[in-house]
Design a protein around this ligand. Sequence first.
Ligand code: GRF
Length: 207
Amino acid sequence: MSGRIAVGVSGTGSNLRALVAAATRGELGGDVILVFADRACPALDWAAEQGIETILVPGGDDEVLAETLQAVRPDVVVLAGYLRLIGPAVLAAFDGRILNVHPSLLPTFPGMHAVRDALAAGVAVTGVTVHLVDATLDGGPIVAQEAVPVLVDDDEATLFARIHPVEHRLLPAAVTALLAGALHVAPGARRARLDASVMDASAPLPR
Ligand code: GRF
């Protein structure tokens, strides 16, 4: 059975394109059936051009978004550069089924400016985190992480250029695992457990 994936965006949409490409290659275990945004943005325009159903929910209104999402019955909701906190109505409707990608090794550098903050802190290593979304800011159970080196001469653009390809690999892999029913979170756990027995042996997430 093919999973139904709703993707939230606010910006350029490179992670959305990576998800759609993975779905087209048959690697995702599902299809992107809705792209939603809290603002007009290139990612929403691109989705419409691809013939994907799109919806703009100004300001990301929680009740409106919850109704909108429930109407299309997604199995998974993916935040791919969606720059709003998810509210209680959406969380209640899709608890444990919302993924976010973040450009740092959480819990270090949460928030809107993770790459800028990593550069300002002078760290030699940052990275990418994919996590399940809960009511905290970038604080839900961690699904996958990968380190990315910070070079001495990096600026935001050069560091993002190294982070993005990692995001484009980890996020689709996490979606595949969630759709396959391979992710489990014990009560109170800060890290999701991947059940390798239900995943293909070549699944790229760390076991
Ligand atoms: C990504 O770096 C993601 O980690 C962050 O927002 C950015 C979105 O990029 N949450 P894009 O719109 O997918 O290109």
